[in-house]
Design a protein around this ligand. Structure first.
Ligand code: ADP
Ligand code: MG
Length: 540
C-alpha cells in the first residue's frame, strides 16, 4: 500500500489542470452575462441592492462590477479590469468586461483540444499588439489649434459617452456643460477641481454650472438672517477652529467655593471666545468659514459687524475653496495676516431648491467649477453624477490626446477584418488563434444589436460586407436598425478608450489562461471538522 503524503493543511482545496482553466473560464462567462445587456445606447440598467438595503441603479460597468461582490477568485480579475479602466480612462468599462469574456470564450475550444496555454497566450498577445498598432494607424486626428473644431470634437465625444446612459435625452445640454466645465480648468485638468453637488427637486435641465466653488450651507444659527449675503472681493478666513461656548461639554471637575469664582470661569470663557472673534474682525475678513461649528454667539457677533460666517463646512469643500481662493486653513487666530486669508471676486449666498448655497466666483488662484445637479429621485441623481463623471473623464482624455475612432462597433469590425487578413499570411496554430480573436471582436457590434432588439446576424453580415469593401467606419446605426458611417454620424470615441480596453481585456485573458491550479487554504479555525477519524478530538 502506498503511504499518503499530505503537504498542505487539512481542508485545503486544490484543483488543477485543464479542467481548472475551463472552470475558471465558465465562472468569468457567468459574470459577463450579468453586464452584457447594459452595453450601448439601448442597453438596460441594473438595480443592485446591497446588504444594508441600499439600492443603486446604474448602467456603468465599473459600478455594477464593484457592487456584484464576486467571490470566485478568477472572476475577480474581471472586476479589477473594469475598475482599472474606470480609473485610467473613465469610459468603456462594460466593453472591457465583454471583450475579456468573449476572448476567453473563443479560447476555450483550444484549451479543450489540449493546445498549451503558453501558445494560446502568445497568440492573444500578438493579436492584441497588431490591433493596437492598427488603431494608432487609422485613428483620426482633427486639428487641435482650431478652437471651434476642438470644441465640436469634445462635445461629440461627451455626447457618445452619455448616449448610453439614463440621461441620453438631455445629452446635448449636458455635453455642452461638461465641455464648459473642463474648459474652465487649467492645463493639468485636475479632476478634483470639478465639484459635483446634488440638490433634489427641479428638472434635470435646471442643473447649473457655477464658475467657482459652491457648497451647501449645513447649519444656521439665529442671527444669520441679519448677515449680508453678498460681497465683492471679500477677504476669506478659512478655519479649523470651533467658535462656540463649550465648557459645559468638557468633562473636567472644578471645585468652586463661591459664586464669584464660578462667574470668573464663565467670564474667562467668554473672553477667550470674544478675543478670537475680535481678531477675526480686525483682520478685515468678511467671510469666515470653519470646518467646526460656529455657534450662535459668534454668528450674532459677525452679523453685527457686517460679516458672514458658515460653520461645519465639509473638509473637501474647504480645501477646494483654499485651492481656488488662496490662503490657508488656520488652526489658530494668533496672526491673521493677509497672506493667510483668501479672496475672490464675488461671494454670494443663494437659494437653490430647498438648500442655501455659498457660491464663490472669480477665484484668483486656481480654476475650478461646480456642477449642481437637479432632479427627482436620489438614485436618478446619483446615476446622473456617474454619467457626468464618465463624460468628464472622456473630455479630459480627448483634450489631452485628441485622436478619435468611430464607435458603435465600427472600430471593432475594422480591427476584426484587419486581423483576419493578417492571419491568412501566418502559418500554424497562430493563424487559428488570431482569427479567433478577430471573431471575438465582433461581440461588441453583436451585443449592441442584441440589446437594441435588432437582427444581429443580418446586421453583422452587412457590416462584414461593407468593411470588406473598404468602408472603414461602418458601424451599427442604433436609430434606424441599419448600418451607417459612424464617423459621419458623429459617434466618436477617443482611441485611447479602445486601446486601453483591448489591452486590459487581453491581459485578463492571458492571466486567467495561465492559472492552472487553485489552492484554497481553509480559514484558520473553520476548516471542516475532522469527521470520522477515530480518536480525533472534537473542538468542544
Ligand atoms: P461602456 O461602459 O463600455 O462605455 P456603454 O454602455 O457606454 O458601455 O456603451 C458603449 C458602446 O456603445 C460603445 O461601443 C459605443 O461605440 C456605443 N455607442 C454609443 N453611442 C452610440 C450610438 N449613438 N450609436 C451606436 N453605438 C453607440
Ligand atoms: Mg460608456
Amino acid at each position: 500500500m502506498q503511504p499518503q503524503i499530505i503537504l498542505l493543511k487539512e481542508g485545503t482545496e486544490a484543483s488543477q489542470g485543464r479542467s481548472q482553466i475551463i472552470s475558471n473560464i465558465n465562472a468569468c462567462q457567468a459574470i459577463v452575462d450579468c453586464v452584457r445587456t447594459t452595453l450601448g445606447p439601448r442597453g438596460m440598467d441594473k438595480l443592485m441592492v446591497e446588504a444594508q438595503g441600499k439600492a443603486t441603479i446604474s448602467n456603468d460597468g465599473a459600478t455594477i462590477m464593484k457592487l456584484l461582490d464576486v467571490v470566485h477568485p478568477a472572476a475577480k480579475t474581471l472586476v479589477d479590469i473594469a475598475k482599472s479602466q474606470d480609473a485610467e480612462v473613465g469610459d468603456g468599462t462594460t466593453s472591457v468586461v465583454i471583450l475579456a469574456g468573449e476572448f476567453l470564450k473563443q479560447m476555450k475550444p483550444f484549451v479543450e483540444e489540449g493546445v498549451h496555454s503558453q501558445i494560446i497566450i502568445r497568440g492573444v498577445r500578438k493579436a492584441t499588439q497588431l490591433a493596437v498598432q492598427f488603431i494608432n494607424e487609422i485613428a483620426v486626428k482633427p486639428k487641435k489649434d482650431d478652437e471651434v473644431e476642438l470644441r465640436q470634437l469634445l462635445e461629440k465625444c461627451a455626447a457618445t459617452a452619455m448616449g448610453s446612459k439614463l440621461i441620453n435625452q438631455q445629452k446635448d445640454f449636458f455635453s455642452r456643460m461638461v465641455v464648459d466645465a473642463v474648459m474652465m480648468l487649467d492645463e493639468l485638468l485636475p479632476l478634483n477641481m470639478i465639484g459635483i453637488k446634488k440638490v433634489p427637486g427641479g428638472a434635470l435641465e435646471d442643473t447649473l454650472l457655477v464658475a467657482g466653488v459652491a457648497f451647501k450651507k449645513t447649519f444656521s444659527y439665529a442671527g444669520f438672517e441679519m448677515q449680508p449675503k453678498q460681497y465683492t472681493s471679500p477677504k476669506i478666513a478659512l478655519l479649523n477652529i470651533e467658535l462656540e461656548l463649550k465648557a459645559e461639554r468638557d468633562n473636567a471637575e472644578i471645585r468652586l467655593e463661591n459664586v464669584e469664582e464660578y462667574q470668573k470661569v464663565v467670564d474667562a470663557e467668554w473672553t477667550i471666545l470674544y478675543d478670537k472673534l475680535e481678531k477675526l474682525h480686525l483682520s478685515g475678513a468678511k467671510v469666515v468659514l470653519s470646518k467646526l461649528p460656529i455657534g450662535d454667539v459668534a454668528t450674532q457677533y459677525f452679523a453685527d459687524r457686517d460679516m458672514f460666517c458658515a460653520g461645519r463646512v465639509p473638509e473637501e469643500d474647504l480645501k477646494r475653496t483654499m485651492k481656488a481662493c488662496g490662503g490657508s486653513i488656520l488652526t489658530t487666530v494668533a496672526d491673521l495676516e493677509d497672506s493667510v486669508l483668501g479672496t475672490c471676486e464675488h461671494f454670494e449666498e443663494k437659494q437653490i431648491g430647498g438648500d442655501r448655497f455659498n457660491i464663490f466666483t472669480g477665484c484668483p488662484q486656481a480654476k475650478t467649477c461646480t456642477i449642481i445637479i437637479r432632479g427627482g429621485a436620489e438614485q436618478f441623481m446619483e446615476e446622473t453624477e456617474r454619467s457626468l463623471h464618465d463624460a468628464i473623464m472622456i473630455v479630459r482624455r480627448a483634450k489631452k490626446n485628441d485622436a478619435v475612432v468611430a464607435g458603435g462597433g465600427a472600430i471593432e469590425m475594422e480591427l476584426s477584418k484587419h486581423l483576419r487578413d493578417i492571419s491568412r499570411t501566418i502559418a500554424g496554430k497562430e493563424q487559428m488563434l488570431i482569427s479567433a480573436i478577430a471573431r471575438a471582436l465582433e461581440v461588441i457590434p453583436r451585443q449592441l444589436c442584441d440589446n437594441a432588439g435588432f437582427d444581429s446576424t443580418n446586421i453583422l453580415n452587412k457590416l462584414r460586407q461593407k468593411h470588406a469593401q473598404g468602408n472603414r467606419w461602418m458601424g451599427v446605426d442604433i436609430l434606424n436598425e441599419d448600418v451607417a458611417d459612424n464617423m459621419e454620424k458623429c459617434v466618436w470615441e477617443p482611441s485611447l478608450v479602445k486601446i486601453n480596453a483591448l489591452s486590459a481585456a487581453s491581459e485578463a485573458t492571458c492571466l486567467i489562461l495561465s492559472v492552472d491550479e487553485t489552492i484554497k487554504n481553509p480559514k484558520s479555525g473553520e476548516g471542516p471538522a475532522p469527521q470520522g477519524r477515530p480518536g480525533a478530538r472534537r473542538p468542544f
